[in-house]
Design a protein around this ligand. Structure first.
Ligand SMILES: *[C@@H]1O[C@H](CO)[C@@H](O)[C@H](O)[C@H]1NC(C)=O
Ligand SMILES: *[C@@H]1O[C@H](CO)[C@@H](O)[C@H](O)[C@H]1NC(C)=O
Ligand SMILES: *[C@@H]1O[C@H](CO)[C@@H](O)[C@H](O)[C@H]1NC(C)=O
Ligand SMILES: *[C@@H]1O[C@H](CO)[C@@H](O)[C@H](O)[C@H]1NC(C)=O
Ligand SMILES: *[C@@H]1O[C@H](CO)[C@@H](O)[C@H](O)[C@H]1NC(C)=O
Ligand SMILES: *[C@@H]1O[C@H](CO)[C@@H](O)[C@H](O)[C@H]1NC(C)=O
Length: 368
């Protein structure tokens, strides 16, 4: 008698437990991207700092856009990683304009590093922005995501295009374990790989590679409804050198990344809020740590939260006199360290790259 009562109790208990499990995740995230206030916010209603050319890392290297690797970028608060994907003998490789200028390694290795970070930071939603420079298919990217194990934690939207307001909350993405959001500029294919999301029908962009500090908020690229879609500001300043080659204006980076003042990130956000009525979703910057955390301060203000990092972020490494000290470049070969277009997202030509390399080798001390 007693034993059958125990048995009934066991069955009832296991039923209760399994129905609780079936009803949904038992645990609800209470901190999302560092803040409790963000858990209930739609992904499309949050402002994120993004690293432009996140893989293009090198100190005093004119082809680089960042001083620190993506592990450090993520640790410091970067939540969108932008990259250019190139075809290196059939492998998807992260290069800057050309793999002979700057080769940041394979997509496979990069995604492996990202997976490691995301596994140890389960309450973070991270976005990728892939510039598909050489036209790989979505399924070719999908294979690399699968072998890195990132398909399992990727968010697949309910439709190929979502207005900003229809994105799920950060909390629900974290609870479901689908907290990697990948956008791609060309050849996304919702039918074959739903988690590689078409960029321009979902996100419009401001102009990129600008050389003056105006930083307007006009629509530069979009294939969607700009009144409802998310948007991205390209907030990195270039300098025009020999042959019209553009390189990051490192000397101005502290001010470019600043909270306020001429040409600052804070100022462009204000320009955008004045014209669109809402904050940008993504803010792509070079040398994110210049400004001592100012870019994260701008994001926090836009999100209505308080920026209060538990540990100081990394210190700037590159100096404004980059070409004069290119021998300290972390790039393995001297020729890559002295070449540098950042403009040539798609219009890059071999001739230009050659002319630029030649020009820089001839005595580029005055260029940067
Ligand atoms: C990334 O950079 C940090 C320093 O900021 C360094 O400790 C770490 O080893 C680097 N990781 C890789 C994979 O190179
Ligand atoms: C990448 O390059 C290889 C040759 O190295 C070629 O066979 C392949 O078709 C290329 N892929 C794309 C997407 O162009
Ligand atoms: C979370 O998973 C549930 C159940 O599969 C699904 O209905 C919901 O849409 C998912 N939410 C997100 C944000 O993925
Ligand atoms: C977009 O920006 C690029 C680079 O800054 C510029 O050359 C182009 O004219 C802009 N196009 C539009 C439509 O604004
Ligand atoms: C940027 O600011 C940092 C910290 O204030 C300073 O050490 C560095 O020299 C500045 N860099 C430039 C290029 O102005
Ligand atoms: C989020 O919504 C608030 C309230 O409407 C708005 O002020 C803010 O600009 C929005 N942020 C983004 C990134 O959409």
């Amino acid at each position: 008698m007693t034993s059958s009562l125990v048995r009934v109790a066991q069955v009832v208990l296991s039923f209760l437990v399994s129905s609780a499990l079936a009803a949904g995740p038992l645990k609800r995230a209470t901190t999302c991207n560092g803040f409790s206030q963000l858990c209930g916010r739609s992904f499309g209603n949050v402002t994120y700092v993004g690293a432009h050319d996140s893989y293009a890392v090198g100190v005093n290297n004119a082809a680089a856009n960042q001083d620190y690797n993506i592990t450090q970028q993520l640790a410091d608060g970067v939540r969108m990683l932008q990259m250019q994907a190139h075809n290196k003998s059939g492998t998807i490789e992260l290069c800057h304009s050309s793999c002979s200028l700057l080769d940041g390694g394979s997509l496979q290795d990069y995604l492996g590093t990202l997976k490691t970070w995301m596994d140890s930071n389960p309450n973070e939603v991270v976005s990728l922005l892939i510039v598909n420079s050489d036209g790989f298919s979505a399924s070719e990217f999908g294979s690399v995501f699968q072998s890195a194990g990132l398909d399992k934690i990727s968010y697949s939207p309910s439709a190929a295009t979502l207005p900003a307001s229809q994105w799920p909350t950060l909390g629900s993405m974290i609870d479901n374990g689908t907290r990697l959001v990948t956008f791609m500029d060309h050849h996304a294919d919702f039918t074959s790989v739903p988690y590689i999301i078409d960029e321009f029908s979902n996100i419009w962009e401001t102009a990129y590679d600008v050389t003056d500090t105006t930083f307007d908020c006009n629509v530069n690229r979009s294939t969607g409804d700009t009144s409802t879609s998310m948007y991205l500001i390209n907030h990195f300043l270039d300098t025009q050198g020999l042959f019209g080659i553009l390189t990051p204006n490192v000397g101005a980076a502290n001010q470019t990344n600043a909270v306020s003042g001429t040409g600052s990130l804070g100022q462009q956000v204000q320009t955008c809020v004045a014209s669109t009525g809402r904050n940008p979703n993504f803010m792509l910057v070079d040398y994110y740590e210049f400004g001592g955390g100012s870019v994260f301060q701008v994001a926090a203000t836009a999100n209505g939260v308080t920026y209060n990092p538990s540990t100081p972020i990394a210190s700037p490494r590159s100096t404004s006199a980059s070409s004069s000290s290119s021998s300290s470049s972390s790039s393995p070969s001297g020729s890559t360290s002295s070449s540098a277009p950042s403009v040539l997202l798609s219009g890059s030509t071999y001739a230009t790259a050659f002319a630029m390399t030649a020009g820089l080798l001839m005595g580029a001390a005055a260029v940067f």
